[in-house]
Design a protein around this ligand. Structure first.
Ligand SMILES: [Zn+2]
Length: 643
């Protein structure tokens, strides 16, 4: 078999494999991908198998770029594209365009479902008439604002490509020290929940997985991963990988750029906009409170400039000896398990990140059929001996009962939720509980459902990445006008005067509001207004971290003091307080054990992270006993030799 490691050889062989009329002008690294520049891009869209056969032959990813000289000026291209849509009877208000001038792509957000035929016809027309390459994204209501930050206008057209070409050169550099030793170091998020950060190092490369923030702790030493303990220059890191957008995993990525990191960060497509949303919220919360933010908007922008997004199941070279593949983790939109294939497959590590090995309304269960995984690094948030959650059906029935009773007595159901993940899951549950086919005894009446905080923006981001949701939901979005995030009774709250109106309005309603643990956010305003009256309910649907206001209320607190304009105001809690377990996006103990059981034949070792210390020990013991696989905690700040 020919070895195509030599890039020069790839170029020569590649040219031989492509028909002459493609008029290839050059082949360049674009991060882990090879970009083929052509004066005849249309040929690749007319025969799409050309690219896939190249990928199979050369075991590389290819992308087609039109030669910049032949592209129409963006203004002119915009005009032409508008006419193409007009000819297909697609009205102007149903789509929006962003021009990525460095890549020659036009990103088209469209709120109308296109059949494959129609999409193909529009694509070839655009390529033929403008030499811009269209990338389609679906949206409902409006394009999320965050995309104007992602599709920013670079200072020079070459800037993004220069970065990507440098990444490519580094990824495909020749191996100089191919020893087979592999080490793993927990910098945070081991023996605890929060500030996840794990370093994998070989003699050839260093890979950092997640760099999260532990919220709700004062000292920086406890809140940040301890990268200072490594005697490593930050730019010796080859790649940073983000498993998902939650701040305890992505929250300090911009901080790395603030401190001089200039390498790539890999994440799935939805993780980028969701991370930006949460990171910007963190900055805003710090501005309102007294605490200084760990970074500013410019640092987030630097992260965006260095981000390479990947899809699930896409094998990607990220250093000379490591290939990365993301797999569905079932935790939140875009959440990924990280599979690392090291030194030509000598060793494979699977890091679960936060994962759900079970059904939810929005997502499929985490992937579990792997062919290689010698080491498993697994989270254990619900890994304790008693962390067995009730079946989802029962959880939804209980939720329905509590909400229905509240509404029937004229009360409001106030549900504190984190803006990304659980909010959308609860909305999907409410959507299903109001549908015609729901059994009478579970049905919720159609009352207004108010959403406050960043929930609406996160909903819209979900609409853009339907291919990451489970298939049933995907079709609902595309084919009917209605979906869990777009119904007539769903009302986003965007001003404080609307908030006041909702509070004054005596009629029953459901309110979802951030923050999920009542550490600030608009939920506090609703709470102050409703706490005194028995007819209302406060319904917790997420884990409450010790010492948060949410946790104190769950534990039975009856009075809360708030400072208002320098005065102390005491609020008595007379409203009903409920905590409903079982909506979690994490695997419970049974699911964790079930997961290891699926993989046990492949495994040589298991390391348990992301849990309370006693739960980690108990889960490790159980796994070792049942499955006879050596299982340990990953000790914080220590380095373990895996191989
Ligand atoms: Zn998470």
């Amino acid at each position: 078999m020919t070895d195509f490691n030599n890039e020069l050889m790839i170029s020569t062989e590649l040219l031989k494999s492509i028909p002459m009329e493609a008029q290839i002008t050059r082949i360049e690294y674009e991060g882990p991908t090879l970009a083929i520049y052509t004066r005849n891009p249309l040929i690749f869209f007319e025969s799409p198998s050309l690219i896939s056969s190249l990928a199979t032959k050369f075991k590389r990813r290819f992308v087609i770029r039109s030669e910049p000289r032949i592209r129409k000026d963006p203004h002119e291209a915009r005009h032409i594209i508008e006419n193409i849509f007009k000819a297909e009877d697609i009205p102007r208000e149903r789509y929006r365009m962003f021009f990525d001038e460095s890549r020659g792509e036009v990103i088209i957000f469209i709120s109308q479902y296109l059949t494959n035929d129609l999409r193909h016809r529009i694509t070839t027309a655009i390529v033929k008439e403008t030499a811009w390459i269209p990338v389609f994204r679906w949206y409902f209501k409006e394009v999320p604002k965050v995309f104007s930050r992602i599709y920013y206008k670079p200072k020079s057209k070459r800037e993004p490509l220069r970065f990507l070409s440098a990444v490519g050169n580094r990824v495909f550099r020749p191996s100089i020290n191919p020893s087979k030793a592999i080490r793993i170091t927990a910098l945070g998020g081991a023996e605890e929940v929060g500030r996840s950060a794990t370093l994998i190092s070989t003699t050839e490369s260093k890979i950092l997985i997640d760099f999260g923030l532990k919220v709700n702790v004062e000292s920086r030493e406890a809140a940040y991963p301890r990268i200072d303990l490594l005697d490593t220059d930050i730019n010796e890191i080859d790649a940073v990988i983000v498993t998902h957008a939650h701040l305890d995993h992505s929250g300090l990525i911009p901080f790395l750029y603030k401190h001089g990191y200039r390498g790539p960060v890999y994440m799935t497509e939805p993780t980028l906009p969701l991370s930006i949303l949460l990171q910007e919220d963190l900055i805003n919360l710090s501005k309102k409170g007294s605490g200084a933010s760990p970074y500013n908007e410019q640092d987030i922008h630097n992260m965006i400039r260095h981000t390479i997004t990947l899809k699930y199941n896409q094998v990607t070279d990220i250093s000379p000896d490591i290939k990365l593949t993301f797999f569905n983790a079932g935790h939140i939109l875009g959440s990924a398990m990280v599979h690392l294939h090291i030194t030509e497959g000598v060793y494979n590590i699977l890091l679960t990140g936060d994962f759900k090995f079970g059904q939810t309304r929005l997502l499929d269960p985490a992937k579990s059929d792997f062919t290689r995984a010698e080491t498993l690094v697994m989270e254990s948030t619900y890994g304790g001996r008693y962390d067995i959650l009730p079946p989802r059906k029962d959880v939804e029935a209980l939720f329905s009962l509590v909400v229905r009773k509240t509404l029937e007595r004229g009360g409001k159901a106030l549900i504190p939720v984190p803006g990304v993940g659980r909010a959308q899951e609860i909305l999907a549950v409410i959507y299903h509980l109001t549908r015609k086919d729901t059994p009478e005894e579970m049905k919720l009446p159609e009352v207004p459902v108010y959403i406050d905080g960043m929930i609406d923006e996160a909903n819209k981001i979900h609409g853009v990445y339907l291919e990451y949701l489970k298939s049933g939901i995907r079709n609902e979005f595309r084919e009917s006008g209605e979906n869990p995030f777009n119904t007539e009774y769903l009302v986003p709250v965007d001003t404080s005067s609307t908030r006041d109106e909702i509070i004054q309005d005596p009629s029953p309603s459901i309110i979802l509001s951030t923050s999920g643990m009542m550490q600030g956010g608009p939920v506090i305003e609703y709470f102050k207004a409703f706490a005194g009256e028995e007819k209302h309910s406060l319904i917790f649907v997420t884990y409450q971290v010790p010492d948060t206001l949410g946790r104190k209320i769950v534990d039975g607190m009856k009075q809360v003091d708030f400072m208002e304009d320098g005065r102390l105001r005491t609020i008595n809690i007379n409203m009903e307080v409920h905590k409903i377990d079982g909506f979690t996006g994490h695997s419970d103990r049974k699911q964790l054990l079930g997961y290891v059981s699926r993989l046990k034949k492949l495994l040589r070792s298991v390391y348990i992270v992301h849990g309370e210390p006693e739960k980690i020990i108990n889960l490790s013991d159980t796994i070792e006993k049942f499955f006879k696989v050596p299982t340990h905690k990953l000790p914080l700040y220590n380095t373990i030799l895996l191989k």
